[in-house]
Design a protein around this ligand. Structure first.
Ligand SMILES: Nc1ncnc2c1ncn2[C@@H]1O[C@H](COP(=O)(O)OP(=O)(O)OP(=O)(O)O)[C@@H](O)[C@H]1O
Ligand SMILES: Cc1ncc(COP(=O)(O)O)c(N)n1
Length: 277
């Protein structure tokens, strides 16, 4: 007799699409799958995007974003959730309202990746939405995962070394986040990439990897945040979930591939390429 298939944990990505399949929801779904959880999605925006950049940006009506969250939570349940591109103040407020109803950040671990722009420098968030991100969404986060540009926008700290990364993480936790992971990918000039995790009780952890010389890192931030979310959905403690996320992104950057004329994506294919009929 064969055993009944077991239902995996469910993780929800609340984010934008990338038509080129490098970043946003496509990176989230790949990371969830590679990390062993079922991927549910609440689409917040559609972008017209390829490896060279973003040429269109179309927010989804806020009530539709909120309804996607409610309908997933009400049926299959959510074991952890993450946000990526949220596009506007109105969408952020809708996510906050629906998130409060279903328990994001209280009953359910909630990772906020405060996406403000694409790696090509194209905006993915209305400038007037920073306040809602800072004051309403981040205080509900179990973990916030900014890159160094987002750190500057959110808390005004210029990160150049460990001390300033620590200062930034403290400022993010002071906004009300349960923990902050300050990602060091943009700190060029060092052979290592250090991501600094600070939890609300003041405990610090450094996650270090060798820096790969590559221009193909599209979707790296989304992939890291989603892999951490998958770890949380699987019930790992936060520090172990971040360690899983760092291991996943390190392999994904190692296997990143050229695609199109611009920046290729980090890869999840190493986790599935050996499959044979
Ligand atoms: N060159 C690299 N080699 C190895 N790891 C890297 C490299 N660049 C970034 N990473 C890792 O990728 C993750 C994302 O870091 P980064 O600071 O680039 O965030 P991001 O700007 O949000 O990502 P992206 O814009 O590429 O989606 C981090 O865990 C970081 O350590
Ligand atoms: C829909 C969407 N979400 C997030 C990113 C950020 O990813 P990156 O910084 O690699 O461009 C993106 N480009 N598009």
């Amino acid at each position: 007799m064969t055993a009944e298939p077991r239902t995996p944990p469910v993780a929800l990505a609340i984010a934008g699409t990338d038509s080129g399949g490098g970043a946003g929801i496509t990176a989230d779904v790949r990371a969830f799958t590679a990390c062993g959880v079922h991927a549910a999605v609440a689409i917040a925006a559609v972008t017209v995007q390829n490896s060279v950049g973003v040429s269109g940006f179309h927010p989804i009506p806020p009530d539709v974003v909120a309804d996607q969250i409610r309908t997933v939570a009400g049926d299959m349940g959510i074991d952890a959730a993450k946000t990526g591109m949220l596009a506007s103040t109105e969408i952020i407020e809708a996510v906050v309202a629906a998130g409060d109803e279903v328990g994001l950040g209280t009953r359910i671990p909630f990772v906020v990746d405060p996406v403000a722009a694409s790696m090509h420098g194209h905006p993915l968030l209305a400038p007037d939405a920073l306040g809602a991100l800072r004051d309403d969404l981040i205080p509900r986060a179990t973990l916030v995962t900014p890159n160094l540009d987002e750190v500057r926008l959110l808390v005004g700290v210029e990160v150049v070394d460990d001390d300033t990364a620590r200062e930034a993480a403290r400022a993010l936790v002071a906004l009300g986040a349960g923990a902050a992971l300050v990602k060091g990918g943009h700190l060029e000039g060092s052979p290592e990439v250090v991501d600094l995790l600070l939890t609300a009780d003041g405990t610090e952890h450094r996650f270090t990897s060798r820096r790969r010389e590559t221009k193909h890192s599209h979707g790296g931030g989304d992939s890291l945040a989603s892999a951490v979310t998958a770890g949380l959905a699987r019930g790992l403690p936060l520090v172990d979930a971040v360690a899983l996320g760092k291991a996943y992104i390190t392999r994904a950057v190692e296997h990143a591939y050229p695609l199109g004329a611009g920046h290729g994506p980090v890869s999840a294919l190493w986790s599935v390429a050996d499959w044979e009929p």
